[in-house]
Design a protein around this ligand. Structure first.
Ligand code: NAD
Length: 513
């Protein structure tokens, strides 16, 4: 059959059959075990990556700490120029990288392209930011004194990323960290190592063309044990980790034990509230895309639909109709809506969740199941399912990283829906569908959604890079991407300068000698 241009894409991206998984930008090496990357699309082996040993890691840290010393002295707008060139390279390689993301991770080609577009957007954002890394000036209480604050580069930033956004999460972190004067060490998910190789190759071209030293962008590969090299390493002042709550709880403690900073982007359990004043058509589109897009493997995927009893049957039948039209299959084929899950382990978790929720009293209204036969050889394709459930079911409280949508019914006022929406440990994305101003404002108010993202008449899934992205509670509290998220990549210094011949003390304290 057709390979959908995969081999061409791999060539364009410099991805080989066997790849050195450790890179300092100019040099690649690796002495660890081989990671094999199989595509969930067709079950084929795409390529191999040699993982990073402790000794390899030490070489990376030598390069990174050395590079930081010179990179931090380059004026920020010049670092912005490097990021601008990187964004241009991404534009050139957008189709190839989007295709690899789709093939290695399993999301649709459209979404693969979208992910690369996010990388390009954050580069543009970072270029502008490189001239705006400013602090405040304050009025000193002492005469003849000036007080201000400045932001300095932080150091080596460690990035640990999840499988479901194999390239964008790295760019969100690294583009900002670079203009802030930091150097980065990235450990991609061991489920999508080739995407990491491709990104590092693109960055390396920019470093070579600009005669920059090695160590500004570094890649390491392997599972959690390689991640631990970084979390335990006090040479790394900031760890930015994206993934499960389980992982975040471990990483947070490792990093806190050495009083490092962590930026955590963990799991979500996102809900859309549909009130009596909801636009039903918009609700259906928002909920269906949110639940089945990326086969339910977005941190912002819609897991719960909280529907007012007065419109429950209407919404239910419209969504059931929409689900019947979903085409499941090869995500590189643009006619399909739903691609595969990442691997068979994910398929098992999906099956298990459906079994458990039925045991708890859940009522299945759209049956799930694993697909087999032609086109489904990888064993990773599942049917999106819908279950009528109760808010406090264990499975409803838990993030199942698959296309399972729970319908929850509420009655009475909007407060009741907000209570259900907030009644989970996660706090990433939330949405309300309503044309009622009072309900919408209530949802956004201090008594409203407790999530990092709260939308009105937009689903939960996806976000623009201009805003700060992240969530509260067990989602980890981190913010990355837009707004002032850059501040975590820098250290803040308060400076007070005395230009008199006296030495007055603060708070009027007298100290006469
Ligand atoms: P995961 O937690 O299994 O792995 C994520 C990364 O952490 C991988 O690179 C892994 O090797 C590494 N890791 C795991 N244990 C570690 C440890 N003890 N020390 C250091 N590194 C460790 O997650 P996943 O299955 O790849 O991704 C899915 C999860 O990620 C979902 O829960 C999803 O909601 C979440 N996610 C969150 C966001 C967000 O921005 N909030 C974005 C994408 C994904």
């Amino acid at each position: 059959g057709t390979d959908f241009g995969i081999n061409e894409a791999l060539k364009t991206l410099g991805v080989k059959t066997i790849n050195e998984g450790t890179s300092t930008g100019l040099t690649t090496f690796s002495n660890g075990d081989i990671i094999e990357s199989y595509s969930p699309v067709d079950g084929q082996l795409i390529g191999k990556v040699k993982s990073t040993t402790k000794a390899d890691y030490e070489k990376v840290m030598d390069a990174a700490t050395t590079a930081f010393k010179s990179w931090r002295t380059m004026p920020a707008p010049q670092r912005g120029e490097i990021v601008r060139q990187f964004g241009d390279k991404l534009r050139e390689k957008k189709e190839a990288l989007g295709k690899l993301v789709s093939y290695e991770m399993g999301k649709s080609y459209q979404e693969g392209l979208g992910e690369v577009q996010e990388m390009i957007d954050i580069c543009d954002f970072a270029v502008g930011l490189s001239r705006q890394l400013h602090g405040l000036t304050m009025h000193s209480e002492r005469p003849g004194h000036r007080m201000y604050e400045q932001y300095h580069p932080l150091g080596v930033v460690g990035i640990i990323s999840a499988f479901n956004f194999p390239v964008a999460v790295w760019a969100w972190n690294t583009a900002l960290a670079w203009v802030c004067g930091d150097v980065c060490v990235w450990k991609p998910s061991e489920k999508v190592p080739l995407c990491g190789i491709a990104c590092q190759n693109i960055a390396a071209e920019v470093f070579v063309e600009n005669n920059l030293p090695e160590g500004i962008s570094n890649l390491i590969n392997g599972d959690y044990r390689v991640g631990e090299f970084m979390t335990k390493d006090s040479r790394i002042p900031l760890i930015s980790a994206t993934g499960s709550i389980r992982m975040g709880k471990i990483v947070a403690q490792e990093v806190a034990a050495r009083l490092g900073k962590s930026l955590l982007e963990l799991g979500g359990n996102n809900a859309i509230i549909a009130t009596p004043d909801a636009d039903i058509k918009m609700t259906v589109i928002g909920a269906v895309f949110g639940a089945v897009g990326t086969a339910g493997q977005r941190c912002t995927s819609t897991r719960r639909l909280i529907i007012h009893e007065s419109i429950y049957d209407k919404v239910k039948s419209a969504i059931v109709d929409a689900y019947k039209q979903l085409r499941i299959g090869n995500p590189l084929d643009e006619n399909n809506h739903v691609g595969p899950l990442i691997d068979k382990e994910a398929v098992e978790m999906y099956q298990n969740a459906l079994e458990q929720v039925v045991k708890e009293g859940g009522h299945i209204i759209i049956e799930g199941g694993v697909l087999s036969g032609e086109g489904y050889e990888s064993g990773c394709y599942v049917k999106p399912a819908i279950v009528e459930a109760k808010p406090d079911f264990k499975m409803v409280q838990h993030e199942t990283f698959a296309p399972v949508l729970y319908f929850l019914k509420y009655s009475g006022a909007i407060e009741n829906a907000i209570e259900i929406q907030n009644g989970v440990v996660q706090g990433l994305s939330s949405a309300i569908m309503t044309n009622n101003l009072r309900e919408a404002e209530r949802f956004l108010s201090v008594q409203g959604s407790d999530c990092g993202i709260a939308n009105v008449n937009i689903g939960t899934s996806g976000a623009e890079i201009g805003g700060a992205f992240g969530g509260e509670k067990e989602t980890g509290g981190g913010r990355e991407s837009g707004s002032d998220a850059w501040k975590i990549y820098m250290r803040r210094q308060t400076n007070t300068i005395n230009y008199t011949t006296e030495l007055p003390l603060a708070q009027g304290i007298k100290f006469d000698l």
